[in-house]
Design a binder for this molecule. Structure first.
Ligand code: SF4
Length: 481
């Protein structure tokens, strides 16, 4: 259904064409903060603007349009955006002195949270838009051009599905690609802003995801990472009107010829269902690596976080997954110093980590997010948080080193996806998402090559081309330290 004020798929918005002029070469600089979902959104914004003559530039000073695609997850996220805008204002002023114009747009989760406040504090910003309204960007830019400095703010949660209003993906794809299948979250963990900035859970229909995946593969992608704030809550509508889970979606995508690898992120333990576990067992294209955030090993803290699972639930889920896929490598997120966390709670986190064994992980000190329930609770002193974070990271890093070292001497299939730092070198990904540096000719980029691992560091591996890869399922344990 067409919606007033929304560009129809693949069709330039008439108002935008009138205001901005079609086919006049212009440059857009997009700065992306945060997660892969923002990286995906930025790519879609660039595709949306391409029919209006916008080509991406890496030089902000040269741009006619600057877009900041912001993220709210880090501490003082909004302040960092205002500070960045201070620099951009200078570019806009310099351009105006030369008689030119520069349009500034701020999108993403900080824009969603700040809304009108952003225009109040930075009146030189022309457009403020949220993660759910970026498909209206051409229309918003046209309105801003007409508004002559008055600016436009659209941080609504529109009724029309955003993905229906985006053009089909046409830009050349990389060997690896992201594909958003789900957005928003209904879980309301007490530390997280996502349910407020991205809204309620929404899953794209199965056929739409499959069609986009086919286009990405036709453009050269061999690996696709399915994205969602809570991706395994996926429940997209199928052609028969029934809803399908992530496991079913993975099976459907695995039928696409030329799609060799499928990954997904980020997951919630509560949404690991039997269908997904079975997909890990049955679908060889589904890579044996899973990012499954646990946040804490203490049931008391998990309850305060409103995670709605216990540490034992997490253990049982991991056990089921490892039974289905014995070489599954795990990654996770941890928050230390959550309000009310005591020494015993923290010890429970260390114990869980030691027991499960992670191939890699992300760990952070708790920091307040204004507007979230946990922000109002009594805080753990900063020095205590730092001490706990150091202890946890030492353990996680030891596990990662052990996991990487256990790969030395093995032959792994590596998808070569980018040039290395040295001539004659390419970098790729192992099935376990490790970066692998390989001596190989540039034309082998895009191939999956059997690589004998010869060295391992904290964050990456090195290897040489081998004749054949080993059968899967025999990877050593992920360093249960
Ligand atoms: S499940 Fe993830 S996205 Fe949803 S509220 Fe919790 S941390 Fe945020």
């Amino acid at each position: 259904m067409n919606h007033p004020g929304v560009n129809h798929p693949g069709e330039p918005c008439p108002a935008f064409v009138k205001e901005m002029g079609e086919d006049v070469a212009k440059r857009v600089f997009i700065k992306t903060y945060g997660c892969q979902m923002n990286v995906y959104d930025s790519a879609r914004m660039a595709e949306l603007l391409a029919p209006f003559g916008f080509a991406r530039t890496e030089a902000a000073a040269e741009a006619d349009l600057i877009i900041l695609n912001t993220c709210h997850i880090r501490e003082k996220a909004a302040e960092k955006v205002y500070s960045e805008l201070g620099q951009i204002r200078r570019l806009k002023t310099a351009r105006a002195r030369r008689g030119g114009a520069m349009t500034i747009a701020v999108g993403g989760c900080v824009a969603q949270a700040e809304g009108e406040e952003l225009r109040r504090r930075a009146p030189f910003v022309d457009v403020v838009f949220g993660p759910q309204t970026y498909h209206r960007l051409p229309e918003l830019l046209a309105r801003a051009a007409r508004a002559a400095g008055a600016g436009v703010v659209d941080t609504s949660f529109p009724a029309e599905p955003k993905f229906d209003s985006l053009p089909n993906r046409t830009s050349p794809s990389a060997v690896t690609a992201f594909l958003t299948v789900q957005e928003g979250c209904d879980k309301f963990c007490t530390f997280c802003v996502v349910p407020y900035t991205r809204g309620a859970e929404y899953s794209r229909p199965v056929a739409e995801v499959v069609a986009e995946a086919r286009r990405l593969v036709a453009a050269g992608a061999r690996e696709i990472t399915l994205l969602g704030q809570n991706v395994n809550a996926y429940h997209g509508r199928d052609a028969d009107g029934e809803s399908r889970g992530l496991g079913d979606l993975v099976r459907r995508l695995a039928e696409i010829k030329g799609l060799d690898r499928i990954r997904y992120t980020t997951s919630h333990p509560r949404d690991v269902d039997d269908g997904l576990v079975a997909a890990h067992r049955d679908v060889p294209q589904l890579m044996p690596y899973l990012h499954l955030p646990v946040q804490s090993g203490s049931d008391r803290v998990l309850a305060a976080m409103n995670r709605r699972h216990s540490a034992d639930d997490y253990r049982r889920i991991v056990e089921r997954l490892r039974r289905a896929r014995p070489d599954l490598a795990l990654s996770s997120d941890f928050i230390v110093g959550f309000p009310g966390e005591n020494e015993a709670d923290f010890a429970a986190t260390l114990a869980l980590v030691a027991e499960i064994g992670f191939a890699q992980a992300f760990s952070f000190k708790y920091s307040r997010r204004p507007g979230t329930p946990a922000a109002a609770l009594g805080q753990v002193p900063e020095a205590v948080k730092e001490e706990r974070l150091a202890a946890l990271q030492a353990l996680l890093q030891r596990q990662q080193r052990q996991f990487n070292r256990a790969c030395i001497g093995r032959v792994l299939p590596v998808l070569l996806d980018r040039p290395g730092r040295h001539p004659g070198q390419l970098v790729g990904r192992s099935p376990y998402l490790q970066s692998v540096h390989v001596s190989a000719a540039a034309e082998r980029r895009g191939e999956i090559v059997a690589t004998r691992i010869t060295a391992a560091g904290q964050n990456s591996l090195s290897g040489t081309l081998a004749l054949a890869e080993e059968p899967p399922g025999a990877l050593p344990e992920a360093g249960a330290a």
